[in-house]
Design a protein around this ligand. Structure first.
Ligand SMILES: NC(=O)c1ccc[n+]([C@@H]2O[C@H](COP(=O)([O-])OP(=O)(O)OC[C@H]3O[C@@H](n4cnc5c(N)ncnc54)[C@H](OP(=O)(O)O)[C@@H]3O)[C@@H](O)[C@H]2O)c1
Length: 284
């Protein structure tokens, strides 16, 4: 079974490369942005013709949440046109597409976990482009899984955990917002879930409602402040950490104040056991 991964140089792409040796039955084709540009339809066709994948994992995205506010066209190109191109080529070659989306499709006004059926209402350009990317896939090719996830971190790429560790090596005191609530998700846990979906009998013998949107994050919830506190605790770093409201840390993009995801569907359909976020963080 051939699984082609786009955006393999990014955080999730590297997490998939990290676990790939555990799956000798899968022939992974890892394509970074220099080999495969998802905004180039012919480039995708040529690689899909060459490698004949059964599955495509789209780990490519425009993920600069604040910068997207000042370059919406580029965010749209990568997060909407790119996924649409992939869906078109997947349709042409009958390939199952796994695409990653985000908790930022929601406005954060709920106070209980978001289900797949909750109405999305993004508050920033990044969230809007990710939602439009979901729609572009849904309109183009039925055999897709859209996995919405949140607050992804790992030893790979750029992420909040690595930023905190770097800042702690440069400063004695840090202020982190404590009024945005979500769930940190370890990229390796997310990568494992994608492979579980690929290997599932439900994917190979799908019913009409097997495909579609699924939420996946780690279990539990935290603020960015709680997350930072645990990062320092597990790394034995002593630092003066101050909780602050978002209003004291203005950003270009408006983020949802609450974005915990309900994982009942992915657990039920694919038997996924979801680890608590602290458990995964502790292990790194
Ligand atoms: N990180 C989070 O907190 C988070 C939260 C929720 C959802 N997600 C979603 O999870 C997925 C994976 O995120 P991540 O953290 O792994 O992101 P990431 O580290 O920023 O990786 C994204 C990758 O996409 C590549 N890319 C950009 N434009 C491309 C193009 N036109 N063609 C091919 N590749 C391109 C980038 O390559 P270059 O660097 O070479 O441009 C980069 O390697 C994304 O869909 C993201 O929206 C992430």
């Amino acid at each position: 079974m051939v699984v082609l991964v786009t955006g393999s140089g990014g955080q999730l792409g590297q997490a998939l490369q990290f676990i790939a040796p555990n799956y000798p039955d899968i022939h992974f084709v890892f394509c970074d942005s220099t080999i495969l540009d998802i905004t180039n339809l012919n480039n995708i066709k040529q690689l899909f013709q060459q490698f004949k994948p059964s599955f495509c994992i789209n780990a490519a995205a425009y993920t600069a949440v604040d910068k997207a506010e000042s370059e919406p066209e580029r965010a749209h190109l990568i997060n909407v046109v790119g996924p649409k191109n992939l869906a078109e080529v997947c349709k042409e070659f009958d390939i199952i597409l796994l695409h990653i989306s985000t908790d930022f499709v929601f406005d954060g006004t709920k106070d209980s976990p978001y289900t797949e059926d909750d109405f999305p209402n993004p508050t920033c350009v990044y969230g809007q482009t990710k939602l439009d990317g979901e729609k572009a896939i849904q309109e183009t090719w039925q055999k897709h899984f859209i996995i919405r996830t949140s607050w992804v971190y790992s030893q790979f790429g750029n992420n909040f955990m690595k930023t905190m560790l770097r800042l702690a090596s440069e400063r004695d005191k840090l202020s982190v917002v404590n009024d945005q609530i979500g769930t940190p998700t370890y990229a390796v846990d997310l990568a494992e879930v994608l492979i579980r979906i690929i290997q599932s009998p439900f994917t190979h013998h799908p019913s009409p409602n097997t495909f579609g949107i699924y939420n996946f994050s780690n279990e539990g919830q935290s603020s960015w402040y709680d997350f930072a506190k645990k990062i320092f605790e597990y790394n034995n770093i002593k630092i003066n950490l101050e909780p602050i409201p978002s209003i004291s840390f203005p950003t270009q993009a408006k983020r949802p104040t609450y974005s915990v995801l309900d994982k009942r569907n992915i657990k039920k359909v694919f038997g996924v056991e979801v680890k608590y976020w602290e458990e995964s963080l502790k292990k790194i």
